[in-house]
Design a protein around this ligand. Structure first.
Ligand code: PMP
Ligand code: GLN
Length: 379
């Protein structure tokens, strides 16, 4: 058959998780916690099922959950959004990203993405008959060069897709970055898609610069988040999108035929848990900062060079002192010979980067970190 996605194979996350199993490697590749979600949250899901919440939820999401998301948004970003018209609950951020792109991007349009870019963006863009225009982030800060963005904008530019805190680098956008972006999209038809799945994982006392803090950008943005990242339950696949009323209406047209609604018991559980334990996401920065610092301390004696990590739950390391070869080759060698699964940057880039960097996930228990560090320090 004639393929619509000729460049796409199996995602690097599936490939590396499989290799980790085969080679009994410590898995720091695919980004997921190896510890459990809060017990009260797990109990709430079980209870929701026992109470019979086993049929379709409302398509846009359970009302009390949307209310909690609105409350959180106001508390975090000082912006009051409508639970009725501006929030849609989705099957993970992945669905929200796809629905946002499908709702806005037309055939022949261009979408600006920043490399390394999370791997689901480009296929979603290409399936609309549109083209991803890749702008490399600066190395090693992984910052956006706004001059390059200005030069890349054309009359066909329909969307700019940003991601902060950034996967895989952990870089975060500043308030000034958002002002730069606002100046570029002002007086255009460009919609901003802001992937903020790591919104609650920002370190060293910094605040997350959500697009929702920025009045002008919020008027033309779809902001996407993931309960999987915030509540340690990536397998439940629950996320949401926030957008102004008119944009949400378009988003919901796609969502209602893509999935219609998402897992009902977990929606009820989050509605209860967010109301009873609002401190969970407020404690997340300290929780992950302790993990980041512990992991970095463990790797200090290794020959890996550690890149600064302002947010997210990934550590980039430069391995050039160990072997001088491209990242995919080193990553394969490391999972087979070194017993640690990691993620290279090449699958996130249009052009293979001339860096020697790998991504390691530190959303892990102490025992997993210790086992990985022992192996990494021997290299
Ligand atoms: N965007 C980014 C940047 C991610 O890292 C991830 C998951 N790792 C997603 C989107 C998808 O999130 P979800 O699992 O909620 O679909
Ligand atoms: N987002 C996760 C990561 O970056 C992986 C999600 C997936 O496997 N699709 O590792």
């Amino acid at each position: 058959i004639e393929t619509k996605l000729p460049k796409v194979g199996t995602t690097i996350f599936s490939v590396m998780s499989q290799l980790a199993l085969e080679h009994k490697a410590v898995n720091l590749g695919q980004g997921f916690p190896d510890f459990e979600p809060p017990q009260a949250l797990r109990e709430a899901v079980t209870r929701a099922m026992a109470e019979g919440r086993n049929q379709y939820a409302p398509g846009i999401g359970l009302a009390p959950l949307r209310e909690q998301i609105a409350l959180k948004t106001e508390r975090m970003y000082g912006r009051r959004i409508s639970a009725d018209t501006e929030i849609t609950v989705t099957s993970g951020a992945t669905e929200a990203l796809f629905a946002a792109i499908a709702a806005v991007v037309r055939s022949g349009d261009e979408v600006i993405v920043f490399d390394p870019a999370y791997d689901s963006y480009e296929p979603a863009i290409e399936l609309q008959g549109a083209r991803a225009v890749h702008i490399p982030l600066t190395v090693p800060q992984f910052a956006i060069d706004w001059q390059r963005v200005r030069e890349a904008v054309t009359p066909k530019t329909r969307m700019i897709l940003i991601n902060s805190p950034h996967n895989p680098s952990g870089a975060v956008l500043s308030a000034n970055d958002l002002d730069e972006l606002a100046a570029i999209v002002r007086d255009t038809q460009i919609i901003v898609l802001s992937d903020e799945v790591y919104e609650h994982i920002v370190f060293d006392g910094a605040q997350h610069e959500s697009v929702l803090r920025h009045a002008e950008l919020a008027e033309r943005s779809i902001v996407v988040s993931s309960f999987g990242k915030t509540y340690h339950c990536t397998g439940w696949k629950l996320g949401y999108a926030v957008a102004p009323k008119a944009l949400s209406a378009e988003f919901r047209k796609v969502h209602q035929y893509l999935t219609f609604c998402t897992f009902h018991p977990a929606q009820q559980a989050f509605a209860e848990f967010m109301a009873s334990s609002p401190e969970h996401y407020l404690e997340l920065p300290a929780f992950y900062q302790a993990k980041r610092d512990r992991f970095r301390a463990l790797l200090k004696p290794s020959r890996l060079k550690l890149i600064d990590v302002p947010g997210g739950y990934f550590q980039l390391v430069d391995y050039s002192a160990i072997r001088d070869e491209p990242d995919t080759a080193f990553c394969e060698w490391l999972v087979k010979q070194g017993g640690v699964a990691t993620i290279p940057l090449t699958p996130f880039c249009e052009q293979a980067p001339n860096t020697r960097l790998l991504r390691l996930c530190f959303a892990k228990s102490d025992a997993t970190m210790d086992a990985a560090a022992e192996r990494l320090c021997k290299l």
